[in-house]
Design a protein around this ligand. Structure first.
Ligand SMILES: [Zn+2]
Length: 418
């Protein structure tokens, strides 16, 4: 093989790539990480990106590439917060958050047996939108079997004790599962929220040395109960710690890199931003859920000014109209004034960093685990990213670890390279 240029830089002729075991795909547009490569090729080997660059450079080696035609290859999205077991949930309540919570709890009680089909349906929807990694809250009485996971799944095992010592034994059993790996699934821990997780439980979760995801300051009722012990939650929780949600998490050692706080509607960027930035804690904003409950505008620019990372999640169909990362990207562009590139970062590298990179680096970077999707688009390069992010059409093809994933729901084989 002739050598010329820098392998993987996207411009030179690939050098020193053994042909055995390599597969390459050509597309009209290929996202390099910062911009589109017009007429590009992605080559993968052993589940990782071995080369990315122009088709002309690739062809000079005499190597083949499967021509995908008029599509754009984009990294697989990372959904930083989901409840896949609620993918069958359809809840009408939007006006009163506490009533919505009660509806979800009631639905969970009656639909436990249905969880695996709901999870499969949720996976189908996410994959069809070009998503390849998901941070999923596993709140089921029995933890889900990771061997069936079709996407890379950071499964946050949900634990809570409602500040009631009698409920800690079950939480301890669940905490013991942290760090397990099954197929494409890795288990981490989600202490549900400050008002449902005592300081002792939080401390034990923090010591598990796995990523933590915590719903935090989602509602005024949560903040009221945490500080004053009053309000709608007082009837079913134990003794209030009488401190603000973030103070509760800080004292228990739960604010550290790899911790993501979901929603954070009632945190304040000016008051809380410096602490979160210093502690390397990221926020997960779910634009669809935010719109569902008609929340006040999320202060995205202020969080960013304070150095706090914000990433995006779909949450679930119990509080969203779609289960599609592109839907969240479009809302982020419309409601947060994020640029298409910013929205992509919040659903890509930034999300991986926020979640503690449980699968290393995925996407289309050289050496990354080759998770990507082909999206149909006829737009020119300067408009293609926004068009893809606003599209509701199913992705044409999706790859995880360089292996194509079927989008029809029939692929249950997670034995491909991780
Ligand atoms: Zn949630």
């Amino acid at each position: 093989m002739r050598t010329e240029g820098t392998p993987g830089a996207g411009l030179g002729v690939p050098s020193a790539i053994p042909r055995r075991g390599i597969e390459a795909w050509r597309a009209r547009l290929v996202w390099s990480g910062v911009d589109w490569i017009d007429d590009g090729v992605v080559a993968c080997r052993h589940g990782r990106v071995a080369w990315i660059g122009r088709t002309s450079a690739w062809r000079r080696t005499g190597a083949d590439a499967v021509d995908l035609g008029e599509v754009a290859l984009l990294r697989g999205f990372v959904d930083a917060h989901a409840h896949l077991d609620l993918s069958h949930a359809r809840i009408e309540e939007r006006a009163v958050f506490e009533r919505w919570v009660a509806d979800v709890v009631a639905l969970r009680r009656t639909a436990q047996g249905d969880a695996s089909s709901a999870i499969a349906a949720g996976e189908d929807l996410l994959l069809a939108g070009g998503c390849t990694s998901v941070a999923d809250i596993d709140g089921g009485a029995r933890l889900r079997d990771g061997r069936g996971a079709r996407l890379r799944t950071l499964a946050f095992v949900e634990v809570l004790d409602a500040h009631d010592a009698r409920r800690r034994e079950d939480a301890s059993r669940r905490l013991a599962r942290a760090g397990e790996r099954e197929g494409r699934l890795v288990r981490a821990v989600s202490p549900h929220a400050p008002h449902t997780a005592s300081a002792g439980l939080l401390r034990r979760a923090a010591r598990a040395c796995v990523p933590l995801q915590i719903h935090c300051a989602e509602s005024e009722a949560e903040v009221e109960w945490m500080i004053d012990g009053t309000g709608p939650f007082a009837a079913w929780l134990g003794a209030s710690p009488r401190r603000a949600p973030l103070e509760h998490l800080l004292r228990a050692g739960a604010l550290r890199p790899g911790t993501t706080l979901v929603h954070a509607n009632h945190l304040d960027p000016e008051r809380d931003g410096p602490l979160l930035a210093r502690r390397g804690v990221a926020l997960v904003h779910c634009p669809g859920t935010h719109r569902w409950f008609a929340r006040a505008a999320f202060p995205f620019a202020a969080w960013r000014r304070r150095g706090v990372r914000v990433v995006l999640g779909t949450d679930s169909l119990a509080s969203n109209d779609a289960l599609d990362c592109r839907h969240e990207a479009a809302l982020a562009m419309d409601t947060l004034r994020a640029s298409p590139v910013e929205a992509l970062r919040m659903l890509g590298d930034e999300a991986e960093d926020a979640l503690g990179r449980p699968f290393g680096r995925t996407g289309l970077g050289l050496g990354a685990r080759a998770d990507f999707a082909a999206h149909r688009t006829t737009a020119a390069a300067d408009a293609a990213l926004e068009e893809v992010l606003r599209s509701r059409q199913s992705a044409a093809l999706v790859w995880i670890a360089g292996a194509q994933v079927l989008l029809c729901g029939t692929d249950r084989d997670a034995s491909a390279p991780a």
